[in-house]
Structures are given as C-alpha cells and as structure tokens.
Write a protein that binds this ligand. Structure first.
Ligand code: SF4
Length: 295
C-alpha cells in the first residue's frame, strides 16, 4: 500500500475498507475472513489493555507522570464534547500503561499506542457502535498507517513525533470518517488535514522515557483526529493531497537534526528541567547499580 490516492480510486467501486482488506489479504496471503479475525484480536486486545489500565489493581511504574488520564476522566467537562474528553483521557491512560510496560497494541507504535484505541473505544462507548464496524475502522486505519510507513516513516527516531503521533492521529481520523459513512475521498482529506497540522513535531522524550511529552501528545493526537475527521466530514478539503502531505512529512523528518529524533538531546528533553530530571535519574540508576554490585 503505497498511495492513499490509489486506494481512494479503487474504492470508487467498493469502499476504502474493502480495498484495504483486499490489499492486506494479498500482502499476507490470508483470506479476507482471516484478516478480519486478525484485526478482531487487535481490537479486543486494545479494549483489554484499557480495561486493565483503568482497573483499581493497575500499578503504574511510570516515573515522571502518574494518573493523569484517570484524573482527567474524573474531572468536570468544560470545553470538550463527551466523546473527545473520554478519548483524550483513554489515550493518556493507555500511554501510561505503555510506560509501565503493560500489554498495549503498538498501532502504529508503542509511543503512540494511546491515540487510536483511545479514540475508537470512546467512540464505541458514546455512540454504541457494533464491534464489527469498529474492526472495519481499524482496517481502514491500518491502510493509512501502511501508506505512511511505506512513503515516509512511522518511527520517531527517523522522522520525529509527527511520524508517530501524527500517523496515529491520521489513522484515527480515517477510521472516524469511515465509521460516520464518509466517502473515501473524505478519508483522504482527513488524513491530509491531520498530518499537515502536526507537521514538524519533534521527538524529544525527557530522559529517554516514553512519558514526557509522549503521554500528553497521545491526548493531543486524539483530539486532532476528531477535528480532522469532522472538518473532512463537513466537506472541507485539503488543498494538498494526502500522498503529497505524507511525502512532505517524510522530507521534514529527514531534515530534522539528530537531537530532535528520539535522542533525548533536544526539544523539551533539553530544557533546564528536562536535563535536571535526566541527571537525577542517571544518578539514581548509578547508585542502584553500585548497590546491587556490592550485594
Ligand atoms: S516524543 Fe518521541 S518517543 Fe514520545 S511519542 Fe513522540 S515520537 Fe514517540
């Protein structure tokens, strides 16, 4: 899958979901039914990881941020609609589960694993959609992720956070358009709008931990998915086609200096506070290693 435009053209006689399902099955040699079964497992694993992370038994081993997602979900709603608020909270809860080494689905990556399930599970809960349709949404999202990975990159170390959280936002936006019976062309515009508006975002994890800014970036990407899909569903178009936006994102990623590609040497990781935290954690780790040697 190398082109969103090609998928959209092929989808004229079927749907974006059908085309991605067919291409997925061709690539893996599985039958379409087996491919759907595979995505069903992904969907239920996503739901299970959120359920575990929300349970009172969940023990966070995050070091820098604990409980933000749950705190947010328990707070009074102000500006966000119920589904967006829930999606943002869920995205942070799963982001923390990832930081705690719990089982998550790296869809598209572990660092950006909160966005797609956060958006889709919140959507299902708020709008009462069937699992079968949610799995269709996941298939659509996977097609978008595959094109981004093939044309540009999905790795923060290669292309910055625009490639991880940006891709996750674009994938979730595509799924939302499909779930709302938007056309294949609307999916294309939602993807382009999401990626354009996150372009250039650097990867700068403080102390190299996938916590700060990562967990809140999943929240931001979740809200961007709703914005992009709603703009596209209202008939608003991206002047720049999705494939060209993806190419531009890949080019920007290649131009990012090494400090801004997951090395924890730039961006917020290089702020006085970011450096102080990194130094403190290094001191703690060295002390721990020294003590365990003398034991
Ligand atoms: S900042 Fe880097 S490590 Fe964190 S979510 Fe973004 S791409 Fe992943």
């Amino acid at each position: 899958m190398n082109s969103i435009e090609e998928i959209v053209k092929e989808a004229e006689s079927s749907s974006f979901f059908d085309v991605v399902l067919k291409k997925n099955s061709e690539l893996t040699g599985k039958t379409p039914d087996d491919t759907v079964e595979f995505f069903k497992k992904i969907w239920f694993t996503m739901k299970d990881s959120l359920r575990r992370a929300l349970s009172p038994e969940f023990k966070s081993s995050a070091i820098l941020v604990k409980g933000d997602g749950k705190r947010f979900l328990g707070s009074e709603g102000l500006f966000l609609s119920p589904v967006v608020k829930k999606a943002v909270g869920y995205a942070m809860v799963i982001g923390e589960a990832n930081a705690s080494m719990c089982r998550i689905v790296a869809f598209p990556t572990a660092g950006a694993s909160g966005t797609v399930p956060g958006v889709l599970i919140a959507y299902q809960e708020e709008f009462g959609e069937r699992d079968e349709r949610m799995i269709e949404g996941l298939v659509v999202a996977s097609g978008v992720g595959a094109v981004i990975g093939n044309r540009a990159t999905l790795s923060g170390a290669e292309g910055g956070c625009q490639a991880e959280c940006g891709a996750a936002a674009a994938m979730a936006a595509a799924a939302l358009v499909h779930l709302n019976n938007g056309s294949p062309s609307m999916i294309q515009h939602a993807v382009a709008i999401a990626l354009k508006n996150i372009m250039g975002l650097v990867c700068d994890p403080v102390a190299g931990l996938v916590e700060v800014p990562c967990i809140k970036r999943n929240a931001m990407a979740a809200s961007l998915a709703f914005l992009s899909s709603e703009l596209a569903l209202s008939g608003i178009k991206s002047v720049i086609p999705a494939d060209e936006v993806i190419d531009a994102m890949g080019n920007v990623g290649r131009k990012l200096p090494e400090e801004l590609r997951e090395t924890a040497l730039g961006g917020v990781a290089a702020t006085p506070t970011g450096r102080r935290i990194a130094k403190k954690l290094t001191r703690m780790r060295n002390k721990f290693l020294k003590n365990s040697k003398s034991d």
